[in-house]
Design a protein around this ligand. Structure first.
Ligand code: OGA
Ligand code: MN
Length: 326
């Protein structure tokens, strides 16, 4: 595909994981602050590969947050605490992506948290539903289930998926310049349509995060298909909605196209300390099937870096509200 030649590295070793994207990176000592010249290579690598896997990175919570700050300004969990959640961690910048309740006990199968967390099993990009979307996410395994219970994290290469769209669809997207209206509630309902906890939830009662479907990925100069299962409907640039069922059919066509096996990379979590960093403006991700729910701890912790590109806010007002929460 016509993109920049692969970068050359002096401080890190990079092994590509899938034909078009993803790489495992070695050679970094995470027990001390990462030096600027090393970070520059990490940044070049994530620009090229979209997903970076660091095995046994040995970061603790504080160093995880400190390393993440090198990528940009960090999002925090404060608005979500208003929903009655408590943070298990002493850092507001650490998102709890575990299968644990706030008191550290296992989330029970069939509970509200179980139903709500199923949204992560659909391909998505983090924070597309917020006024300011996420750029990078850094997910770290603190405690893992025994092997054999699944729980991989899967990725889809949405830049290559764009490159390889059928020419007529590519031309239509470029001509219409659709805007996607993203909702976290929508993806949760889509993943768990029969949930009694989500049945009465109306995504329309909350603000949508509006972002264009076709995006320039500024660091690489490539075009990205900025899609996710958060997409509730499509709009034209003047704000009118694309008629149904056309809008939803187009959303599903794009999601199905980008989730073909040739665009996917599935990463297994092997040991505590494993860290995966991805660029939400270049790839989608999902939690793969996990067979140990209610049985084994899967204690995953994530930092979320606000997008620093010129399309970070999409068509949204510049407010700090997230999902309509102050
Ligand atoms: C996330 C996420 C998937 C997983 O942390 O944003 O979607 O495998 N995680 O836990
Ligand atoms: Mn996610």
């Amino acid at each position: 595909m016509p993109h920049a030649t692969e970068p050359v590295f002096q401080h890190i070793q990079v092994k590509q994981l899938a034909p078009t994207f993803g790489a495992e990176v070695t050679g970094i000592d995470f027990s001390k602050p990462v030096e600027p010249e090393v970070f520059k290579e990490i940044h070049d690598a994530i620009t090229e590969y979209g997903v970076l896997v660091f095995r046994r990175a040995a970061l603790d919570d504080a160093r995880h947050v400190a390393f993440s700050r090198l990528f940009g300004e960090l999002d925090d969990v404060k608005p979500y605490l208003g929903l009655g959640r408590q943070n298990r961690f002493p850092f507001d910048e650490l998102f709890d992506v575990s299968n644990l309740e706030d008191d550290g006990s296992l989330v029970q199968v069939g509970s509200k948290r179980d139903h709500v967390s199923k949204g992560n099993s659909l391909f998505h990009v983090d924070s597309a539903f917020n006024p300011r979307r996420a750029g990078y996410s850094l997910l770290r395994a603190h405690e893992l289930p025994p092997p054999g219970y699944g729980g991989n994290t899967d990725f889809a290469d949405t830049r290559t998926a764009y490159d390889e769209l059928p020419p007529d669809l590519k031309a239509k997207l470029s001509e219409m310049d659709y805007v996607g209206a993203n909702s976290l509630w929508h993806s949760r309902k889509k993943a768990c349509p029969d949930s009694e906890f989500l049945r009465d939830m109306d995504p329309e009662a909350y603000p949508f995060g509006r972002h264009r479907i076709l995006q320039l990925h500024e660091p690489s100069g490539r075009t990205n298909l900025y899609i996710a299962n958060h997409l509730h409907h499509l709009e034209y640039l003047d704000g009118t909605r694309v008629a149904e069922p056309e809008g939803t059919e187009l959303i599903e066509t794009l999601l199905n196209h980008a989730s073909q096996p040739k665009y996917l990379l599935s990463v297994d979590w092997r040991e505590p300390g494993d860290l995966i960093c991805w660029d939400n403006t270049a790839v989608m991700h999902r939690a793969g099937e996990f067979k140990g729910m209610g049985k084994y701890k899967r204690d995953m912790r994530r930092t979320t870096v606000h997008d620093g590109s010129s399309s970070a806010w999409g068509l949204n007002d510049h407010t700090l509200e997230r999902m309509g929460l102050p």
